[in-house]
Design a protein around this ligand. Structure first.
Ligand code: S3P
Length: 448
């Protein structure tokens, strides 16, 4: 894919559905009784992997473009898959599904593509083992394929060393099948879509009193028993709820909007309206950092009436300055750090990103891969163990970019290309289909 500057970004764009919420709508819909009707579902390859895994376990799912009907069979309605479950490239599918599979009355094996087979799974195997689950890494290397022998599970409390929504959600889902309450404490708040949606389906999910106001339960009073006494952010779930099928309209994915926000900020003369984007406070760190960099972003038509808040984002090109990004904000922008690094490359001054060691275990080692590719376009950048130091403001040039088959790297450099001189050649460009089918077409449509 060759990309070069053509024109400012103008007009409006509807961003495809949120990947995290789309996955969960199918998973929880499958475990609910009755039909769940999903609109604006993300048809990216990752979410299609989740659909096919549940079909393999006997759940009837009708999908027509972004409309999905999940005919749920209740908490105990899944049937043993005849074949290995294939999660493709999707870490969310492997980790969340493992929590569900651990408590079934059958055995299963879950695997995925080459990338998935390198991603760490001990982070879920350890807490699941503490609940009495029997999950083994087939090759003994702490990665997929995972063999899961369904077991009776115990409710436990788990202090997670990482702020990871995938780890937290895996434990909460196993907690649906436990013999008592299950709780997780994480060092900083990670995305809370599982908590919000499980509650929407009828589960009793409680967050600690020390959590942000926005994360408080809507109906139940907060769990003061133990959560308040723990450091960090605690969420608990009661076992064996009756989940009921729901209607879910998936908001636009802020992680996908991020590329258009960045492109509109960088290309002079741009003014772009991004419609119906999710602005959940556990996901909006990019907006906060961009504003600190001097970005002109206005929220219009904010809607807080549903489980997930959303708004239209009006983005105008802006002169950006360097910032420091670290601490508790990291989980709220973890997937946006590659494109934030691109913004830093064009901002005045030196940007420091730290506390982001999790980047090393994403679809690629995003610290190494961003450092390699930013250097290729002429940006002075240094990798650190848990982040990057980026010196911005120098004119940068097009180059050959290696996406390392990581969708977020490909899209980040498609954005960088618009602000570089000359042409940029993105290798492995088609990987954007993981989270944003139609990304290049949408980009071409608004550059006019
Ligand atoms: C996700 C959580 C994040 C994120 C991933 C999707 C989810 O991973 O990077 O793209 O849907 O729960 P971690 O929870 O491992 O940080």
């Amino acid at each position: 894919m060759i990309i070069k500057y053509t024109a400012p970004l103008r007009g409006e764009l509807s961003i495809p559905g949120d990947k995290s919420i789309s996955h969960r709508s199918v998973m929880f819909g499958a475990l609910a009784e009755g039909t769940t009707e999903v609109t604006n579902f993300l048809t990216g390859a990752d979410c299609l992997s989740t659909i096919s895994c549940f079909r393999q376990m006997g759940i009837e799912i009708e999908q027509k473009d972004t409309n999905v009907l999940v005919h749920g069979k209740g908490l105990h309605g899944l049937r043993a898959p005849a074949e290995i479950l294939d999660a493709g490239n999707s870490g969310t599918t492997v980790r969340l599904l493992s929590g569900i599979l651990a408590g079934q009355a059958f055995d299963s094996v879950i695997n995925g593509d080459e990338t998935i087979q390198k991603r760490p799974m001990k982070r879920i195997m350890t807490p699941l083992a503490g609940m009495g689950a029997d999950v083994t890494s087939v090759r003994g290397n702490g990665c997929a394929p995972l063999r899961i022998h369904g077991n009776k599970l115990h409710g436990v409390h788990y202090d997670s060393p990482v702020a990871s929504a995938q780890v937290k959600s895996c434990i909460l889902l196993a907690g649906l099948y436990a013999d008592g309450v299950t709780s997780v404490t994480e060092p900083a708040v990670s995305r809370n879509h599982s908590e919000l949606m499980l509650r929407y389906f009828g589960a009793d999910v409680r967050t600690g009193a020390d959590m942000q106001k926005s994360m408080e339960p809507r109906t139940a009073s907060s769990d003061k028993s133990s959560a308040e006494n723990r450091r960090g952010f605690t969420v608990s779930i009661m076992p064996e709820p009756k989940l009921t099928g729901q209607r879910i309209h998936v908001p636009g994915d802020i992680s996908s909007a991020a590329y258009f926000i960045a492109a509109a900020l960088l290309v002079p003369g741009s003014e772009l309206l991004l419609k119906n984007v999710g602005i959940n406070p556990t996901r909006d760190g990019m907006l906060r950092v961009c504003r600190e960099m001097g970005a002109d972003i206005t929220l219009l038509n904010e809607d807080h009436s549903g489980a997930e808040p959303c708004a239209d984002l009006l983005v105008r090109s802006s002169h950006l300055k360097a910032v420091e990004i670290g601490g508790d904000i990291i989980p709220t922008l973890i997937d946006e750090l590659p494109v934030l690094a691109v913004l830093a490359a064009f901002a005045d001054g030196t940007t420091v990103i730290r506390d982001a060691a999790e980047l090393r275990v994403k679809e690629s080692d995003r610290i190494a891969v961003m450092t390699e590719n930013l250097s290729r376009i002429g940006c002075p950048v240094e990798a650190a163990g848990d982040g990057m130091i980026i010196t911005g403001g120098k004119p940068l040039h097009g180059a050959v970019i290696d996406s390392h088959m990581d969708h977020r790297i490909a899209m980040s450099f498609a954005v960088a290309a618009l602000a570089c001189t000359g042409e940029t050649d993105i290798q492995g460009a088609e990987i954007v289909n993981i989270s944003y089918p139609g990304f290049y077409e949408d980009l071409a449509r608004v550059c006019r």
